[in-house]
Design a protein around this ligand. Structure first.
Ligand SMILES: *Cc1c(COP(=O)(O)O)cnc(C)c1O
Length: 419
């Protein structure tokens, strides 16, 4: 007899440490490192930073704000996003849908992946109250129509919200999201016409790409969406401007969020379609500053530091995408501030691709046993961890520190903390 087991590829981080007596302030990173002396990566979540970023986005965006759950689905992060006033969630898998539904029975969940399994559509529709689905092909439209027309599904007597994902020409984003998804202009027009008669709510969605530094990308996308709507000649209820809103990294200093919001508002006004509602699906912009990982130096060879987390852990974007992240040294006792020097990191696995070139700027006397806090990892950090090579242990704490780097105008935290 064979045994069929299902288990998640990556379990949640197991040990959730709260050293906080009820009602008291969260500890800071330095004191956690001092207490725990962690020899495994220590994932630090800053709920206050996330809640403030969410609050600012909700305040400044002229429509509904959907948090893109894939960016960081950690329950503590979701709770902080909720705390900041976000009530809509952009989910891409049934696991994300059920996680959000379990945490927030009152949340509005939107299934915004253009290619879904039939089982996921059914379960979302029947069990989780999901009504909105994105699509970029006639086959997906057909699939959704079939799955919400089963006897069980029909009993709900609801109409779907259907969103046509429009592909965009190349933008200035760090990560392009229009190669894999999105209907070309003619297909989008045809899909709008085909979906209108069966949709309770009809939308156009796009994504300019992640970490998009140029507000004009949204202007161009908005006007393309407007052209598609006019060409289709049907009533459209929502334009979903997607995610992609950038945050600061050591070598990227994006314009403030207000510049993006102003650009979107102006482009929307030019469409002269005032009955249309706007949605946005930010991920990175809400949570990047709210996460960091404290790693320990296991060996130093010249300017190469062998650390206990890497590209198969939370630092994937520091590898293939060559992202630079802010760093600071955490070390015991008094230090004479050595001059800064540039380092690259090697992760713990045996794979020679497990390398992060940086450069990461740290005091020149960094040594084995020191800890390094790597910041701006709240987005696409912890959630990318794998169990490769057995390096899957980690701890998670919630802390009170401010972000290590914020958008223009803020200073980085001190580069050296004594613990
Ligand atoms: C990833 C993703 C987002 C979030 O993108 P960010 O760049 O993190 O803001 C939003 N919508 C969709 C459909 C996505 O795939």
């Amino acid at each position: 007899m064979s045994l069929i087991e299902t288990r998640a590829a990556v379990g949640p981080l197991h040990r959730h440490i709260s050293l906080r007596p009820e009602g008291q302030a969260l500890p800071d990173v330095a004191s956690m490192v001092k207490t725990l002396r962690p020899e495994e990566p220590l994932h630090c979540i800053r709920p206050g930073v996330i809640a403030r970023a969410a609050q600012a986005f909700v305040r400044d965006f002229n429509g509904d704000v959907l948090y893109a759950v894939k960016c960081n689905p950690e329950p503590a992060v979701l709770r902080a996003v909720w705390e900041g006033g976000v009530r809509h969630f952009d989910c891409a898998s049934i696991s994300e849908v059920t996680l959000v539904r379990r945490l927030f029975p009152g949340a509005q969940i939107h299934f915004m992946h253009p290619v879904k399994s039939r089982a996921a559509i059914r379960e979302a529709w029947i069990m989780n109250g999901v009504r909105d689905f994105v699509l970029d092909s006639a086959s997906e439209l057909q699939k959704i129509r079939e799955e919400i027309a089963t006897p069980d599904a029909l009993r709900l007597n609801a109409q779907p919200g259907l969103f046509i994902r429009l592909a965009l020409p190349e933008t200035g984003a760090a990560i392009n999201l229009s190669k894999k998804f999105g209907a070309d202009f003619e297909t989008a027009v045809a899909l709008l016409r085909a979906a209108r008669p069966v949709a309770g709510k009809l939308g156009v969605a796009f994504h300019v790409g992640s970490q998009c530094m140029d507000p004009l990308a949204w202007r161009d996308a908005m006007s393309l969406a407007g052209e598609a709507i006019r060409a289709a000649g049907v009533r459209v209820d929502v334009i979903d401007v997607g995610g992609g809103f950038p945050v600061a990294y050591p070598d990227m200093d994006p314009p403030p969020l207000g510049a993006f919001m102003a650009g979107i508002d102006a482009a929307f006004d030019r469409l002269e379609m005032p009955h249309i509602k706007l949605w946005a699906e930010p991920g990175r912009a809400l949570v990047a500053g709210g996460g960091s990982v404290v790693v320990q130096v296991q060996l130093r060879k010249g300017d190469m530091l062998y650390i206990n987390d890497g590209v198969y852990g939370a630092l994937g974007d520091a590898g293939a995408l060559s992202f630079r992240f802010p760093v600071r040294l955490l070390r015991r006792g008094q230090t004479l501030g050595a001059p800064d020097a540039a380092f690259s990191f090697f992760g713990p696995s045996c794979d020679s691709l497990d390398v992060m070139n940086g450069p990461f700027i740290l005091p020149d006397d960094v040594a084995e046993g020191d800890w390094i806090e790597i910041g701006q990892l709240g987005a696409y950090g912890t959630c990318l961890r794998t169990a490769f090579n057995g390096f899957d242990r980690a701890m998670l704490v919630e802390v009170s520190d401010r972000a290590m780097l914020e958008t223009a105008g803020y200073e980085a935290m001190d580069q050296l903390a004594t613990i």
